[in-house]
Design a protein around this ligand. Structure first.
Ligand code: ATP
Ligand code: MG
Length: 755
């Protein structure tokens, strides 16, 4: 039972206390027209949860009043979802269609009471007559039909004498009611369609507003809990039950806020579209927000229930950040699953001073997890490491293997790089390494300091697996349609490698692949010959950095803090994802940028896309990259692209001014400051401020002479061999000209004059 009571439970307790009901009976009433989603999980959690908390029961009711959209496969999916979440309806599974005869009798009764009539207006006329929020509606002339006429027409509607839309049954309430839903709502319509349960028995079907309250009543429901969009329907709910003067107790409706999650859609209609348009592999595609999708992806029921508990029950609709759900699954698995090693993009390492083989005993669980179990990790001369765990020219803060930096093999020895073997295109094929025999993890006496530990696998024993990396299905926070689908929501890696124990031991179906995330054996596609693992979730929230507007709502617990600290020791700087790696490679290999600049650009989506915009306009990759990384990046730290005063065009214009020798890069910084502040074009700024670069030796020469004359001591030192002082003179000249002198020209002239 939840610790703090929500408004629904408060009401339930009041009703029990006052004796209004003897037993609490709730119901979960989905329409079987699609697979249930995480929003339904919330409704299941509330309805079954309340029944459980107060020793009542919850009915599972299929609200099957729309024959054209419903199907038994959806009924099965709904049952699966409820069971998987750990709830049981016992004997209480019902179908609204089972009540069709009773509901029909109630309709007859309303007609007899003069409270319902058969209307024969067209659909369009009905809409017109209804009026607007500001204007009262007008009652149909057919409302004057006698009771006998109405009874006769309804009977003939039922017998199939009329076509779809020819007549409807309406409640006679109030055509000027402020609540538009009360303006003579429809109770029955004609639908000549085959129903998946009642077949062709019926060609009239009750509307939601008529069927729902009566089904609740028939089942003896006490609390009819639904989502806020039904708030206006409550008046009809009450009207029907009150007018029919039913024996008490009768149910009452209460509403709670619907669950919405960002980066996905949450309606069966929209989810059906994804399935039908084959944007996903089916209702249980691991990217779908369906319960079947989460289950197949590897989410545990505990994580879903915890999530439902955390978001609580409120009366106001709100959007929940998907990172909160991701937090819940991480939090659950962190304490449960074995940790093993996997290599997604293998790079061969040959340890030249190692011969033979051995097995390293390693626990599956970190010491703070109260679970036991260990496996043997084979070690040999030839191993694989993750390609991105080696860098020849590492940027600052890169703590993994480099030609000058040893690294620890997780659970194993420290190795250092001796040689890098490349193909004719400069691609790294293999690393020749050396290991330190006395550096084994747990008994290390080598005294060698390493900054991180990386995952690895013995080449001979490693097992090949397929890995499916999932990302959010939509790239925008509030997707409008299929065009917002994230094209990179699924990446398949065919030849990843895992420790043999993962396949042979079968200690669990879920694993933490260290530094990569949590993974689950795909229950549909995985086989002995081709093991397939789904990434359930990464180890850290990688989107929090990408999009500045989203703040995770989840509270950090002690466990997660510890977990983050731990992965940092192992992982240090977060590994680039494949997309970032590709960019990094393009920058270093094709555009000739240095690794530091490439690293910054590749890791920042906004920055790299801005850079690409610039590149499309001007083929000056290095100057542009410097400008983007040094200047634009600063602005983008505080602002979104749309808020910037300048565009890629302006940056290109600015870089052209440098490339053409019109301004120095120092002046360019000044121009950029102006540009960022007021958005004037760089050319205009240069002109207005008289910033044009001085390249004329005639102008520069006398300034150099002046500087030389003022600094006799330094001239003497320079001539005595302190050539570093060249920079001092150049600097002085640039300073005197306010940065306007062309540094190249100054350099050349100073060198000549000091000879
Ligand atoms: P959808 O628009 O996805 O088809 P629905 O409201 O039509 O949803 P039903 O299957 O008719 O779904 O509803 C079953 C129950 O689940 C209802 O009581 C409904 O209020 C609840 N429900 C549906 N969506 C959500 C949601 N996003 N959050 C909470 N409860 C929901
Ligand atoms: Mg619906």
């Amino acid at each position: 039972m939840s610790q703090s009571k929500d408004f629904l439970r408060i009401k339930v307790e009041e009703d029990l206390k006052s004796g209004k009901y003897k037993e609490i009976i709730t119901r979960f009433p989905p329409e079987p027209n699609g697979f249930p989603h995480i929003g339904h999980a919330k409704s299941i959690f509330i309805n079954f949860g309340i029944a459980r908390d107060y020793n009542g029961h919850c009915n599972l009711r299929m609200d099957d009043t729309n024959p054209t959209k419903e199907d038994t496969k959806y009924v099965e999916a709904l049952k699966d979802a409820v069971l998987w979440l750990g709830y049981d309806w016992g004997d209480n599974i019902h179908f609204t269609s089972d009540y069709f005869p009773k509901i029909y009798d109630y309709a007859v009764q309303l007609i007899k009471m003069g409270k319902a009539y058969v209307d024969s207006l067209t659909e369009e006329q009905i809409r017109e007559y209804r009026g607007t929020v500001k204007e009262a509606g007008k009652r149909s002339e057919y409302a004057n039909r006698t009771i006998e006429e109405n009874l006769d027409l309804l009977e003939r509607m039922k017998n199939g004498e009329f076509k779809d839309g020819e007549h409807v049954l309406r409640a006679k309430i109030d055509m000027s009611a402020a609540n538009m839903k009360m303006r003579d709502p429809l109770l029955y319509r004609i639908r000549h369609a085959h129903h998946f349960r009642t077949g062709d028995d019926w060609c009239i079907y009750p509307m939601y507003d008529f069927a729902h309250c009566l089904s609740d009543y028939i089942e003896g429901v006490s609390h009819s809990i639904c989502t806020l969009e039904f708030e206006n329907n409550r008046d009809i709910y009450d009207w029907v039950l009150d007018e029919l003067e039913l024996k008490l107790p009768r149910p009452y409706q209460s509403e709670f806020a619907r669950l919405g999650i960002n980066y996905t859609v949450m309606s069966k209609r929209k989810l059906l579209e994804l399935v039908q348009e084959e944007k996903v592999s089916g209702w249980d595609d691991p990217r779908m927000p369906t319960i079947a999708g989460y289950k197949r992806r590897g989410y545990t029921k505990e994580s879903i229930l915890n999530f439902c508990e955390q978001i609580g029950i409120a009366k106001a609709n709100s959007m929940v950040d998907v990172s909160q759900l991701e937090f819940c699954i991480r939090d659950d698995l962190n304490k449960k699953v074995p940790r093993v090693m996997c290599v997604l993009d293998p790079l061969k390492v040959t340890i030249e001073n190692y011969e033979g083989s051995e097995e390293i005993d390693a626990s599956y669980y970190p010491h703070d997890v109260p679970k036991e179990g260990s496996r043997k990790i084979p070690f040999s001369k030839e191993i694989y490491i993750e390609r991105e765990d080696f860098m020849e020219n590492p940027p600052k803060g890169y703590f993994r293997l480099t030609p000058n930096q040893p690294v620890r093999l997780r659970h194993g020895f420290i190795i250092s790089c001796k040689e890098v073997i490349k193909d004719e295109n400069g691609n790294i094929l293999e690393i020749k390494a050396e290991y330190y025999p006395n550096s084994k993890s747990g008994s290390d006496t080598s005294g060698i300091k390493v900054k991180s530990a990386i995952q690895w696998l013995s080449a001979k024993e490693a097992k090949k697996v397929e890995i499916r990396l999932y990302d959010r299905l939509f790239k925008s926070e509030a997707p409008q349609g299929l065009e917002d689908i994230n094209p990179d929501s699924l990446k398949i890696i065919k030849n990843a490698l895992v420790e043999p124990a993962v396949i042979d031991d079968k200690i669990d179906e879920r694993f933490q692949f260290e530094r990569q995330g949590y993974f689950y054996v795909d229950p549909v596609d995985s086989s002995e010959e081709n093991p397939v693992f789904n990434r359930i979730v990464g180890l850290k929230d990688s989107w929090a950095k990408k999009t500045k507007t989203v703040k995770p709502q989840a509270k950090e617990t002690k466990e997660t803090k510890k977990q983050t600290a731990k992965t940092q020791v192992i992982g240090t700087e977060e590994a680039m994802n494949n997309e970032q790696k590709e960019l990094f490679d393009t920058y270093t290999k094709e555009l000739g940028l240095n690794t530091e600049v490439s690293n910054i650009l590749a890791r920042d989506e906004a920055l790299s896309s801005f850079y690409q915009d610039c590149l499309n306009l001007l083929k000056s990759p290095i100057s542009l990259a410097n400008m983007v990384v040094n200047e634009v990046a600063r602005e983008l730290k505080e602002k979104e692209i749309a808020q910037l005063k300048f565009t890629a065009n302006d940056i290109v214009e600015l870089v052209k001014l440098i490339d053409d020798g019109i301004i120095s890069s120092k002046i360019a910084k000044e121009v950029f400051e102006e540009l960022a502040k007021n958005g004037k074009s760089p050319k205009q700024i240069v002109e207005e401020k008289g910033l044009i670069q001085i390249s004329d030796p005639e102008v520069i020469s006398p300034i150099i002479d002046e500087v030389i004359a003022k600094n006799p001591d330094n001239v003497a030192k320079f001539k005595a061999g302190n050539t570093k002082l060249l920079g001092f003179f150049v600097g002085q000249v640039l300073k005197t000209t306010g940065g306007k002198a062309n540094p190249k020209v100054v350099n050349k002239l100073v060198a000549e004059k000091l000879k």
